[in-house]
Structures are given as C-alpha cells and as structure tokens.
Design a protein around this ligand. Structure first.
Ligand code: IPM
Ligand code: MG
Length: 361
C-alpha cells in the first residue's frame, strides 16, 4: 500500500520550513522503508496568485486523494487587502471543513533545554506537557448566519453565530477522552456555560460522554478562568477540550508558555485518522525568505503524522529524539537563541536533526 502525502508549503516562511521537514521525512522514508510518496500543491496566497482562489480544486483533489497533508503556513500582508472570501486564511478554513478535520490536537511541551525561553518563571513551566484538543470545523468560525448588514437606520452591524449540535460535541468529546486515556487520564472541558446556552449544551454532552470513560476524570472550567489558570499554574492540566474559537485563543497562550511558538506542532484529524499536520505558528512574513525561521515545529508535525496517521511510532520517536539531540547539542534558530548557544539557520537546523537521525542519537 502506498502512503501518499500532500505537501502544501503555503506562504511566508512556509516553503522554507516545509523544505526542512521534507528532508527529514525523505531521509527516514529511505532509511526505514516507510513507503511514503509526496506530491506538492498550492494553498493560501500562493494559490490565489496562481489560480485566483486560496483553495483551488486541484489542491483539494490532491488532499482528498492523500492519506495525510503537511502544511506550512498561509497568509501575509500582500493578500490582506483582498476580499474576505479569497483571503489565504479562507483556504485553511476551507480545507479543514472539506476534509472534515474536526479534531485539532495542539500539544504544548516545554523542552527542558528551553526552560529559560519562557516568559514565565521556570518553576511554573518546567515539565509542562499539556494537550489542547480544539474543535475545528464548527462553532462560531463556521456558524450561519454571518456577515455585516446595514440596519434600517443606516448603521452597519456585524454578526456571527455560535452553534454546536450534540453530534458535533459528542465526536470531539470522544476524541478528547481517548487522548486523555493514553495520557494522565485527566480532561478539562472549557466552556462559557454561565453565559452561552450553546456551551451549556457542550457541558451537558461532555458529562454524558464521560460515563463511557470511567477511567478519565472530567472537570469543567469557564474560559476566562482557564486563560488565567494557564498562566498561573499550567501544570494542573493534562488534556483540555474546547470549542473552535476558545481553542484558537487558549492554544496561543499555551504555546507561549513553552517559550517559542516555533517549537509546537499540531494535528487535525478526521473520523478515520486521516490528518493534516502543521506548525502552530503562522507565516511570519517579517522573516520570510531570510533562512532564519525555526523548522522544528514542522519537523515535529511530521512526527505527529507518522504517529497518528501512519501508526509508525518508532519513526515518530526517532524524530522527537533527534530534535532533542539537536537542542542538546546547543544549536538554536534565532527565536530560541540565548547566549552561549550556536545560532543556526533554518537549513542548518534541518542538518542538525538529520545528523542526529543518522547517528541514531
Ligand atoms: C490557527 C490560526 C487560524 C485559526 C487562522 C490563520 C485562520 O490562528 O490555526 O490557530 O484561527 O484557526
Ligand atoms: Mg490561532
């Protein structure tokens, strides 16, 4: 069986970081006979420039035929003046929806070598290993009606709709409980049930699904408190599950606890385990093309791909160990650089990971 991976570098630093992840994947593919095949496609601003849409049908066909997708990042100032409907971000939202990638896993792990890079005191964050499970194809991001309308008095009014059906909540709940079962068996569901009826239902369904996972301890927290707890005492959390928008916000906070958003991968999965894998950070147009971006989040996204879609745990372990070895060796891209380290470029960081893979760390 061939295993096909669609490669979508996207915009900004996307092509640079994806190139390094692809080198790592190509090395392991040969070294371990993984049987992976790659095909590249355009998404985001790069696709708009070529096809006039951020998610062309050819890209969608490529992704639908693939077993997994590796994405760099989308967006940049060049496309900001465009109409909302063709902005690069719409390409990303479109592919999430079309591929039904409802379960977004965003780990926040503090690498001990980077404990001083966090803006929080190292005792608050050292040993942090948290997983945010974000619902990705529903909620206010997709709810109808939406838009900007003009009222009778001539005033404009913007509106979006927060909507979740029981089945949408139930499937993300199952996803989160199953991840918690493989970790420390504690799940915190984040909502705003004191104000929003939609998330009152969210809480009810979480409680209902919990009865099927008696080994997992479920707790609930309001999102405002959760955002405070994340910076007060983040190690209290094991797995958090939340709505699309709350997950967007909380996962950026969680990322920063680890010192660099340049280190964090993510997986977006459908019901069958097919997935799209991408770094959490964006396209960083300010540093694009300079060869200074950190490719580790993308390289670690490849590890997640091998683990979750292809069940190649050994290959995934090897990548994660090689990233650790590169950090141990003191190589650092600019975003994680501190005095005494060896500052390297994007491709030199790729080299360091591949060398560690070669020597078997
Ligand atoms: C993310 C991003 C996206 C989101 C944007 C680029 C549409 O912030 O993946 O967290 O809001 O989901
Ligand atoms: Mg975000």
């Amino acid at each position: 069986m061939t295993k096909k991976i669609a490669i979508l570098p996207g915009d900004g630093i996307g092509p640079e970081i994806v190139a390094e992840a692809l080198r790592v994947l190509t090395f392991l593919n040969a070294d371990m006979n993984l049987g992976l095949e790659f095909e590249q496609g355009l998404i985001g601003g790069a696709a708009y420039d070529e096809y006039g849409t951020p998610l062309p049908q050819v890209t969608l066909d490529l992704c639908q035929a693939a077993d997994a997708v590796l994405l760099g990042a989308v967006g940049g100032p060049k496309w900001e003046p465009l109409d909302h409907a063709v902005r690069p971000e719409r390409g990303l939202l479109g592919i999430r929806a079309e591929l039904k990638l409802f379960s977004n896993l965003r780990p926040a792990i503090l690498y001990p070598q980077l404990a001083d890079a966090s803006s929080l005191k190292s005792e608050i964050v050292s040993g942090l290993d948290l997983m945010i499970v974000r619902e990705l194809t529903g909620g206010i991001y997709f709810g109808q009606p939406r838009g900007v309308r003009t009222l009778e008095n001539g005033e404009k009014q913007g509106y979006n709709t927060l909507v979740y059906s029981e089945s949408e909540i139930r499937r993300i709940a199952h996803s989160a409980f199953q991840i918690a079962q493989k970790r420390n068996k504690r799940l915190c569901s984040v909502d705003k049930a004191n104000v929003l009826e939609c998330t009152e239902l969210w809480r009810e369904v979480m409680n209902e699904v919990a009865t099927q996972y008696p080994d997992v301890t479920l707790s609930h927290m309001y999102v405002d408190n959760a955002s405070m707890q994340l910076v007060r005492a983040p190690k209290q959390f094991d797995v958090m599950v939340t709505t699309n928008m709350f997950g967007d916000i909380l996962s950026d906070t969680a990322a920063m606890l680890t010192g660099s958003i340049g280190m964090l991968p993510s997986a977006s999965l459908d019901e069958s385990g097919k997935g799209m894998y991408e770094p959490i950070h964006g396209s960083a147009p300010d540093i694009a093309g300079q060869g200074v971006a950190n490719p580790l989040a993308t390289i670690l996204s490849v590890a997640m791909m091998l683990r979750y879609t292809f069940a190649e745990a050994t290959a995934a372990d090897r990548i994660e160990a090689a990233v650790n070895a590169a950090l141990d060796a003191g190589v650092r891209t600019a975003d994680i650089f501190a005095e005494g380290n060896n500052k390297v470029s994007t491709s030199e960081m790729g080299d360091a990971v591949i060398n560690a893979l070669k020597v078997g760390v």
